[in-house]
Write a protein that binds this ligand. Structure first.
Ligand code: AMP
Ligand code: MN
Ligand code: MN
Length: 321
């Protein structure tokens, strides 16, 4: 079993980073690793470098210490890549390349080998935050670290709801809540709560959604014009794909938003049998069996057609078999 403090022993500088468009697991695991290592090695220069996460995560201690600018002249002794592989690090990849030692902790099935010198990639784990819990020395665990790990777990499991939730996930969660933070508020404020305008955009996306493949597939998208009209950014679109997934009869949900001319960020979710990681990987993305993503080019209809081909193949296979 990997022990984070051992892997970092003697390091003077450590850079911690995760994927672009950071989600709850990415922010939670980066901050948990940061808070833990700060405690274990108070003399070391430890930084978290991430694209600016949503303000909902500002309840995590030292959230304001997150750096968005990657000081590329730095060459850290250790670079810790969390919840992703090298290709999704964004600008921080410059530091990854220069670091003396790289540690990769992840749970994406599409990150099969790991990209570090030291790798801990466990696709059966609910979240990277769950893995952070297993690699830290529990003596140092405190309420702030527990909270950051808990946030990571709840976000990637949809509050212990998705099939990636295991008995181990719940055992860890039970340990974490024993530290006494206000988890009901945390769940409301970081997961369920949406601003009025976020609800409006979601309502519109659902209203304009299309179901096809005999109601087994649901798709919707939000274009840049709509995002500008409501003054929303991609962070405001969280949850839409899940709302599409829970339409009765739907097996696979597709949600996309425009990120450039004829370019979309695609989110895929499935309920029981479609392996969306396989679909996303085919188009250069990745993720998990029930939740995956990729970036695709073309018109909305091109993208839907290309995705459908692969989804339909799996649905047919399932129906025959
Ligand atoms: P999303 O739909 O962006 O919420 O992503 C669903 C899951 O797939 C998350 O675990 C992401 O980290 C992962 N994912 C999304 N996009 C990609 C990508 N381009 N490459 C690899 N994994 C991805
Ligand atoms: Mn993530
Ligand atoms: Mn994750």
């Amino acid at each position: 079993m990997l022990q984070l403090w051992k892997e970092c022993e003697g390091a003077k500088s450590i850079a911690i980073s995760g994927h672009i468009r950071p989600d709850g697991d990415c922010v939670g695991s980066c901050m948990a690793a940061y808070l833990y290592l700060k405690k274990v090695m108070p003399q070391a220069d430890i930084r978290v470098i991430l694209e600016q996460p949503s303000e909902i995560f500002s309840c995590i201690k030292d959230f304001d210490k997150i750096e968005n600018d990657c000081q590329t002249e730095l060459a850290p002794d250790i670079f810790i890549a969390l919840d992703c592989e090298k290709t999704r690090l964004g600008e921080a990849v410059a530091l990854f390349d220069k670091a003396k030692k790289r540690i990769n902790i992840d749970h994406h099935i599409s990150n099969s080998k790991g990209c570090g010198d030291v790798n801990y990639v466990e696709p059966t784990a609910s979240s990277t935050a769950e893995l952070i819990y297993t690699v830290i020395d529990k003596e140092y665990l405190d309420v702030e670290i527990a909270k950051a790990i808990y946030i990571g777990i709840i976000h990637d499991t949809g509050i212990f709801h998705y099939s990636n939730t295991s008995p181990k996930t719940l055992q860890i969660a039970s340990e974490l809540i024993s530290y006494g933070f206000d988890f009901p508020t945390l769940i409301d404020e970081t997961f369920y709560e949406k601003t009025y305008v976020q609800n409006q955009v979601m309502g519109r996306a659902i209203l304009e959604s299309i179901i096809f493949m005999d109601g087994k597939c649901a798709v919707s998208y939000v274009d840049q014009k709509t995002m500008d009209f409501y003054h929303v950014t991609p962070k405001d679109l969280d949850g839409i794909v899940n709302q599409l997934r829970i339409i009765k009869g739907v097996e696979c949900a597709i949600f996309m938003y425009e990120i450039g001319v004829q370019q979309y960020k695609v989110s895929l979710r499935s309920c029981k049998y479609v392996d969306v990681s396989k679909v996303a990987s085919y188009f250069g993305g990745g993720g998990h069996v029930r939740a995956a993503g990729c970036t695709m080019n073309g018109s909305f209809y091109d993208v839907v057609n290309n995705l459908s081909e692969h989804i339909e193949e799996q649905i047919k296979e399932h129906e025959i078999g």
